[in-house]
Design a protein around this ligand. Sequence first.
Ligand code: C2E
Ligand code: MG
Ligand code: MG
Ligand code: MG
Length: 285
Amino acid sequence: AKLNGGSNFELFYKELQPLNESRRIILENGLRKAIENDELMLYYQPQASLKTGQLTGVEALLRWHHSELGYISPGEFIPIAEETGLIIPISEWVINQACEDVKRLHVSGHTNLKIGINISGVHFSQSDFVKKVSGIIQNTNINPYNVDLELTESMIMPNAEDSIEKLVRLKRMGLKLSIDDFGTGYSSLSYLPRFPIDTLKIDQSFVRNLMSVKGDAAIIKAIITMAKTLQLDIIAEGVEDEKQLDFLKQEKCDIIQGFYLSKPIPFPELVQFLEMWNPDMLSGK
Ligand code: C2E
Ligand code: MG
Ligand code: MG
Ligand code: MG
């Protein structure tokens, strides 16, 4: 019986392995043509101020619909894009599309919203990254104030000096800069005051476990206190329910983002959402 079990397992793995291999190859080949096949799309997730109830910005989240496999999550395809270098044209497409959407928002009267764009470390580490971003801003002719680049600690830290120089140049252009998934990277607390950033986005894992994991409420409090000292804005990600909202209000968190407000939605739905939004919807909630 033992022998049988063993060979069954072997058979299972032998079949599973090539399956994963081929999915990876299919995704890699699909990614090469995703832009020209028009399979990429940006969804937007609203962010609201806890103080005023006003919407302050939206985060652009990349969606890929593969012709045969359907929806592929960014968690699956971004790493493949990064390993193959395909992330460079994809990331440029994302920045360009987000800037075009900033323009479309202006046309519909929404001139103050910031659009958060997730930046890949592979893209950020390119020597011409700042030049490329600057070129896109100029070509689309938008106000850089409306663009908020989301970076992570782990992409800034390995070459901190080089990163700081890039961040300073981006700031001089007038862009907003955020640290995404804050609290999950390795500690860069001593460097934080040297980064010319505007906002910390508290990672959603802390918000998710706010009520169940005892330490997480304390971590959020500590991050908010530190952010206030450094005069940074705070966005809490992954806010799903009223209890989390109440805690964050009480702790004077500036801005929230999460399913509680809205899931990420396509651009036309975003415009509808902006039209129907009333600040009382948050303060009254
Ligand atoms: P992220 O930047 O931290 O984005 C937040 C993720 O949390 C998004 O997942 C969003 O859909 C999800 N989310 C938002 N609110 C809630 C909530 O209340 N509950 C839960 N459970 N989840 C929530 P998504 O869209 O699957 O993106 C995953 C990650 O992929 C992003 O994490 C980001 O790191 C990366 N990504 C997405 N779009 C891009 C892009 O255009 N470029 C790059 N380089 N990375 C991207
Ligand atoms: Mg993000
Ligand atoms: Mg995040
Ligand atoms: Mg992230």
